[in-house]
Design a protein around this ligand. Sequence first.
Ligand code: 4GP
Length: 838
Amino acid sequence: ERSKWPKETIDLWNRLYKKDAADIETIQKSIVHHVTTTLARAAYNMDNFTAYQAVALSARDRLIAQWNETQGQLSKADPKRVYYLSLEFLLGRSMDNALLNLGLKDVYAKGIGQLGFRMEDVVESESDAALGNGNLGRLAACYMDSLATLEYPAWGYGLRYNYGIFQQRIIEGYQAEFPDYWLNFDNPWELPRLDISIPIYFAGHVHSFQDEYGVTRHKWVPGQSVQAIAYDVPIPGYDTENCNNIRLWRSKPTRVFDLTSFNEGNYEKSVEDATQAEKITSVLYPNDNTMAGKELRLKQQYFWTAASLHDIVRRFKKSQRDWSDFPEQVAIQLNDTHPTLAIVELQRILVDEEQLNWDDAWEIVTRTFAFTNHTVLPEAMEKWSVPMFEYLLPRHLQIVFDINLFFLQKVEKRFPNDRELLKRMSIIEEAQPQQIRMAHLAVVGSHKVNGVAALHSNLIRDTIFKDFVEYYGSDKFVNVTNGITSRRWLNQANHKLSELITETLGSDAWIKDLDLLKGLNKKVDDKVFQKKWMAIKRANKVRLAELIKERCGIEVSPDALFDVQVKRIHEYKRQFMNILAVIHRYRTIKSLTPAQKANVQPRVVIFGGKAAPGYYVAKLVIKLINSVANVVNQDPAVGDLLKVVFIPDYNVSLAEVIVPASDISQHISTAGTEASGTSNMKFVLNGGLILGTMDGANIEILEEIGEDNIFIFGCLAHEVEDLRYAQRYRGVPMDPALQGVLAAIEKGTFEDPKIFQPLISTLTIGKDYYLISADFASYLRANQAVDAAYKDQDEWVKKSIRCTANMGKFSSDRSVKEYADNIWHIKPFKVVDNQQID
Ligand code: 4GP
């Protein structure tokens, strides 16, 4: 008990309780200390990886000190906090970011340099924490960075998967998946909190009884239990003492074995049950924009939401406030429908355990939660079969049915005699078997619902949530356009450009206030500045060319136009259309005379991205890209005029090299399908132009940077339905250029055409759902416009500068502030440096 300590003890603590100094010698001492003690190595048998581990451990000590300080001060002040529930946190590497945010990047680089290692090599030794699929998970990581930087009291909650997103290798042109056992070497960026262990239950039955007042109550009598163990990942803010936390849960067997099987001599069965428990957090489902539907996935979702809520409720209860204060203290953001069970779990805790009446509990629940939707694709909408749900979560099923019943009664009152409406809005879909629509549950249980870009937020109001907008009114449905953190995506990834910007603007304040980049607009016509700008772009291209040589064995010229499409492989993102246009370009070049060839703008077309392992058509697109690359790259008639590259195993660290090196990047989804996109923002922020459709955040980027600095093509979202109808029922012919391309594939120009037949058949008239044929002509024209614009380098550099200068809006600091002000109603809380204990 600290309060009972004598004064001398407290004084001693306070004397010792000091942050380490940040001078080079202290830092070097701590590195050497970790080498010789924690890592048990000697200077003469150290490699880059050991150096990385030692620097990481040394930085981690500092992070922990800040983290402790932050959490201590927050516990005491107890302000309202936000909890960000995300099944994915795609953090990438941590060391460079940790050192940057601690403000110690230079001194650590110097320190380790004097010890005989180059910081660049040390940084490269870290592997990515890849606990996410795509931008849903990367967005969560950017938001955590901004929340800490803006000093908001925030925690993330997720799962600590043993296996993150798979490693992709390309074998004979095909994607092959290999497990990513990222915890192979200890992870220095997490703090195992073995003392925090929460029992989580599944299955069993519900016991109903009358309480002393004659009210019917329910008690869940579970049949299985596992333990959730906490692992904390400190998230330092940039240029602040605040250090937030992401708590990741790991599943472990309960220590008490199933005694019945044990006593019956069934030792194997009890060990088998224990293995099942560990399986829950074993692997991240590798699906992006698609629903997995597996029982284990539902288990993951409940395990994670139950553990997180237990933690949140325990923290709230420490303050001994009234339950009605819960929404004043706690905001919970649901990142997609994955954590929607949290709504049901909180209602269960309040009604069954805390004995609140249903209506009071429901009021608390709905004032606490808010929900972000990330997609309108039907295949991504989460639904759980009622029988499976009932087996795993019998009491929760009853609660879902009750929530639905009371909700539909209210709808019926407002809109009487509209059975179709009730059917459409119901949380339960009447199918065989019945299904629980998680998006409906999330809307009904939240006070705000947001889309992730203006167009997307409008689309969800007009389509999937139309009935709900009519019922609740439109105030409940808001937009928060996604954003990215300038710390990682400009300052770290493009350090040279970042230095030039700082030098030009006279300060590095832009790192925390991205609107200040507007100051670069004054420099658009400055020749000296332009030259420096382009030299940096070229250096970034040289770096990428080296990486391509090393990883793919392909030689590309940094003087060519670098054209990049890196993202998950998905039909709606239309990498297929891109490679079809590449084939068109190839055929065109082959048909030119030498004199005509001299006018062709050389281009390197770079692809990267993973396909879900079960997504056959997407995997065929990868194969087609590689087959085309094989032919084109070796054709002497083409030479350097066209090169095609597929970079394997696209991840956050690769993106940090690819993004700063692009001249043009492609964001070419069928209008209305890409909710926002965030890589589009990263490219433009780094002075890369984009070629895109009027979809997602492209539209808002256009508004900010001006239409002269972006290449737009293709149909608009509101035209899509008519176009689909026309092709299905009015026999619109296929685009002639596209016909030529398909004929070339079918002739066997790129391997056995039989391989690609299933892919080509997706373009059959009437079936071309993503409208590749309808958009093809304007896509080819836009590509020509890109070539022409690139040839005029004097104008191109101006466009490039304007891009960066006008991207302030897309800082995740802006997004997070909008969430904080309009949805969570939380305020910053500044942590004070080096407090003394009292
Ligand atoms: C993605 C969207 O497809 C992407 O447009 C958006 O930028 C990202 O979320 C972050 O908001 N959605 C998913 C998904 O990954 O699984 O729904």
